[in-house]
Write a protein that binds this ligand. Sequence first.
Ligand SMILES: [Ca+2]
Ligand SMILES: [Ca+2]
Length: 176
Amino acid sequence: MGALLDQKYAKLFFLLDANGDGVIAEDDFALMAGRVTAAFGEERTAKGRTYAAEMTNYWRALRETADADGDGRIGKDEFRLAVSRVSDKFDTLIGPLYLAGFRLADRDDDGLVGRDGFVTVLVAIGVPAAEAEATFDRLTEDGEPLTEDRLMTAAAHYYRDEDPAHTASHLLFGAL
Ligand SMILES: [Ca+2]
Ligand SMILES: [Ca+2]
């Protein structure tokens, strides 16, 4: 694993440890899903339920890969290895969560996400608002909205790629 991927996985661990107790467990994923869906008032809608289900799937994939002693808790070192392996199956294990997040933020279902929707998701998962704004600017041009393809490409780069040409993707969740 290269240094950049290591930094990005460390950032993911920090964000996914939603209750800040230093380990990742199912309660973190429930907490984060609750925060994101509540930010849009979608806790009980189809979109919100899809997002929560994808959070659970992501957690299960990590747990099956990482939790060798079966105590339901994943520490930082376990997480780095697990997320690296789960990222090999980005399209089936991780991509659907990002797609569900995009669709939550796409308030009018036109396949585009504006600044407010994007920033709302990132703030709900723990990224400071100013960094979320900067991420939106890096991923888009001249006030254009974010497309689904652009987000999915950035997310795939975040989990799998260290190409210096993809800085905007590496900074998806703010400074490393
Ligand atoms: Ca935790
Ligand atoms: Ca839209």
